[in-house]
Design a protein around this ligand. Structure first.
Ligand code: PEP
Length: 251
């Protein structure tokens, strides 16, 4: 019922020329992919060029962040409308790297979600606990707090229009993937949270994807778990061969 989603977060990697090269390879390999929904999220500078290349393709374009205003005196910011104009359909919001290095909070993520939805973008909303919090045994509490903060509007339509990415901070870029069981437990918690808020229908419809050092070798085990609907992939999305293997995890 829920279509698997594999999204590549390129972070601050790839010049325009390198992005074009990578996307050309992905288009060649994945042109007939139907089972998995595929998203690539290049840096802002490459969105225009990649957006043009992806017109008519099964691969969809996403951005790594946005601001909540449409236009104005906000130096350095990029609005959802600009992302839409560049061809984006998705936007990653609340990534832990933005929370840690750029002062992102649940409140600002909530504002960005509303602005992105108003432009018809699908937010991929990231939540996840630090290693310290996991070791303190308060993972569930942290995840609930993040979800409550990001979705303070308590609007079922908003939640239905989003994808949630569970990304344990200790697993991002560290080579240390959560075990399938650890990931599945938090995914179940997120779905329970959605059910408590908006009922079974909303919980069943919600796509919850996993992120944290996913590779072509670990994706199969992750996707075998009930309730894991895909992956947000950082490092392994920078190489065409490994990203294609992740997209085609089911083969
Ligand atoms: C990410 O950037 O969201 C991510 C999960 O990165 P990595 O796959 O490199 O851990």
């Amino acid at each position: 019922m829920r279509r698997p989603l594999i999204a590549g977060n390129w972070k601050m990697h790839k010049t325009v020329g390198e992005a074009i090269e990578l996307v050309a390879a992905l288009k060649r390999e994945l042109y007939d992919e139907r089972k998995t929904e595929i998203v690539v999220c290049p840096p802002f500078t490459a969105l225009g060029a990649v957006g043009e290349m992806l017109e008519g393709s099964v691969i969809r374009l996403g951005a790594q962040d946005c601001y909540w205003e449409t236009e104005g005196a906000y130096t350095g910011a990029v609005s959802p409308r600009m992302l839409r104009d560049a061809g984006c359909a998705f936007v990653i919001l609340g990534h832990s790297e933005r929370r840690r290095s750029f002062g992102e909070t649940n409140e600002t993520v909530g504002r960005k979600i509303a602005a992105a939805l108003a432009e018809g973008l699908t937010p991929i909303v990231c939540v996840g606990e630090t290693l310290e919090k996991r070791e303190q045994g308060v993972t569930d509490e942290i995840i609930r707090k993040q979800l409550d903060g990001c979705f303070a509007a308590r609007d079922e339509g908003v939640l239905r229009a989003c994808v949630i990415a569970y990304e344990p901070v200790w697993a991002i870029g560290t080579g240390r993937t959560a075990t399938s069981a650890q990931a599945a437990a938090v995914h179940a918690l997120i779905r329970m949270w959605a059910r408590e808020r908006h009922g079974q229908g909303a919980a069943d419809a919600l796509r919850v994807i996993y992120g944290g050092s996913v590779t072509a070798d670990t994706i199969k085990g992750i996707m075998r778990e009930d309730g894991i609907d895909g992956a947000l992939v950082g490092g392994a999305s920078l190489d065409a061969a490994s990203f294609c293997r992740i997209v085609r995890y089911y083969t």
